[in-house]
Design a protein. Structure first.
Length: 189
């Protein structure tokens, strides 16, 4: 089943949770923040004193300076001028919805569950091997006997995959007490 994308505070701050089906325990949390205001909010949450960055912001954070992400970036063909009295914000939102619809269901687009994609399982095997992760004998037998879904279940959320796919934030400036400072002057864009 497809993952549900939740809009957080505004249309340029999105969140996706991968949850264990039975318990609804969060296995992975993805956050996408577009635009400088949202980037600053994510960085503030990550560097908040005593906060756990993966709990506050997610295990994977996508940050893009363009409002709306790459679909609205400066490298895209500009939207045609529309006649009428619509607001710029409304027109931008409609344009992004049209582009997202093309990406999801446009000509030549195939939507596959990850376990059925021919590159996903080999990619996870590569990651586990490079990260030094090991499957015990029972896991290896189940993975060899089963299809893509069974193999993915052995890898997703595992410590080897998490360590290989994760990154950490560190502030480049500290105050007189040694605490990280995050301000517009400290951010290296």
């Amino acid at each position: 089943r497809p993952l549900e994308v939740k809009t957080r505070h505004n249309e340029d701050m999105r969140e996706v949770l991968l949850q264990e089906p039975g318990t609804q325990k969060v296995l992975l949390k993805f956050v996408a923040a577009y635009g400088f205001r949202n980037i600053q909010n994510v960085i503030r949450r990550m560097t908040k004193s005593g906060a756990d960055p993966s709990r506050e912001c997610g295990h994977f954070v996508e940050i893009m300076a363009c409002p709306g992400g790459c679909l609205n970036g400066g490298g895209q063909i500009p939207a045609p001028k529309r006649e009428g009295t619509g607001t710029a914000q409304l027109e931008r939102r409609q344009r992004l919805e049209e582009l997202e619809a093309l990406l999801i269901a446009g000509d030549g687009t195939a939507v596959l569950p990850p376990a059925e994609h021919p590159l996903v399982v080999p990619l996870y095997r590569y990651i586990v091997a490079r990260a030094g992760g090991k499957l015990d004998n029972e896991q290896r037998c189940r993975a060899a006997a089963g299809g893509g879904k069974e193999v993915l279940e052995q890898f997703v959320g595992g410590s080897a995959v998490r360590s290989w796919l994760s990154a950490e934030w560190r502030s480049l400036k500290v105050d007189s007490e040694g605490k990280a400072i995050v301000g517009s002057s400290a951010l290296k864009w």
